[in-house]
Design a protein around this ligand. Sequence first.
Ligand SMILES: *[C@@H]1O[C@H](CO)[C@@H](O)[C@H](O)[C@H]1NC(C)=O
Ligand SMILES: *[C@@H]1O[C@H](CO)[C@@H](O)[C@H](O)[C@H]1NC(C)=O
Length: 184
Amino acid sequence: MASFITFSLFNLYLALIFAALVTANATFSEHFAKTKLTPTARKMTRLHFYFHDITSGKSPTAMAIIRPKTAFGTTVMIDDPLTVDTKPGSKVVGKAQGFYALASQHDLALLMAINFAFTYGKYNGSTLSVMGRNPVLDEVREMPVVGGSGVFRFARGYALASTVRYSLKTGDAVVQYNVTVMHA
Ligand SMILES: *[C@@H]1O[C@H](CO)[C@@H](O)[C@H](O)[C@H]1NC(C)=O
Ligand SMILES: *[C@@H]1O[C@H](CO)[C@@H](O)[C@H](O)[C@H]1NC(C)=O
């Protein structure tokens, strides 16, 4: 018992020395408040649409491509319609293409790796890329928009997602997306 305590104290001592050394030598963050970070991103656009994740029926748009024995690691490839309204039949403005995967062993948090490929008006042919963490049971989930193409060149921003409908029976979901991006 006594030797265990001594050992622990010694470890703590080492840890403190190490922490002091790291604090002395490493800089975790620095601010450059006066630097113009993205002179290329001059516009800001807000988009509002609904994402239809359809896993059931004759023509699903989301399909599990990896099904491990546990839920963890389950990966779903999607080609989900994006519409202007919550109804599945409403005007399609693009597709969400990519995959999401259950990346947490403790809660329902997904890794989202998707591109929004827009087909509407001046956005036709332009894309936005989302790469982020999506804790699906949270009321509002924020995910980074990490880039874009076409009218969205140099894009960066964020997406706020909130579930409008989810069917436990079919697994189908409708999710509202509010996307704010700065771009060229
Ligand atoms: C979008 O662009 C494609 C390719 O240029 C074209 O075929 C299509 O008709 C366009 N769609 C809309 C809705 O403008
Ligand atoms: C998204 O935008 C809609 C329409 O502008 C708004 O009603 C809603 O509260 C917004 N949701 C979030 C999470 O910001």
